[in-house]
Design a binder for this molecule. Sequence first.
Ligand code: FMN
Length: 137
Amino acid sequence: MQVAIVFDSKTGTTKAAAEAMAELVRAAGHDCTVSSVLDADPATVSGADAICVGSWCKGLFFVFQHATEATMDFIDGLDNLDGKPAAVFCTYKTAVGGMLRKMAEKLQGHGANVSGSFKSRGPVAAEGFGEWVESLG
Ligand SMILES: Cc1cc2nc3c(=O)[nH]c(=O)nc-3n(C[C@H](O)[C@H](O)[C@H](O)COP(=O)(O)O)c2cc1C
């Protein structure tokens, strides 16, 4: 299976988390690309068999949390995902609010079947992501 992970990272935490998550995907025998939402080609990502989108959590630490604009713009640029499995994740420090739900809703609006939602407090794979990878078969 070809899995595409895209992320937005300001200071490197989300990039490192995405790379650690890609290693889990590869360890399960799949191919995996990892790219920044600033560089990734939406058409290429749309062509993967499964998609994972991650953002750092931006807000006022306890309120108004959201994904970055670049992340939401990237999702907006995706083609119809036609029921493909997808996941969302974020890195954060205190609380993530509704950001993962909003990312998932936007992906669902593009036809994805969002079956995973994960968060990580540091530059490591988000907890539970390995189970999502297993669910891909
Ligand atoms: C301007 C700004 C706002 C942030 N707001 C929140 C927040 O509302 N909630 C939270 O848990 N973390 C918040 N954080 C922490 C970051 O989401 C966290 O450190 C993240 O892992 C950074 O990822 P990055 O290194 O990939 O940029 C904020 C960080 C910055 C710089």
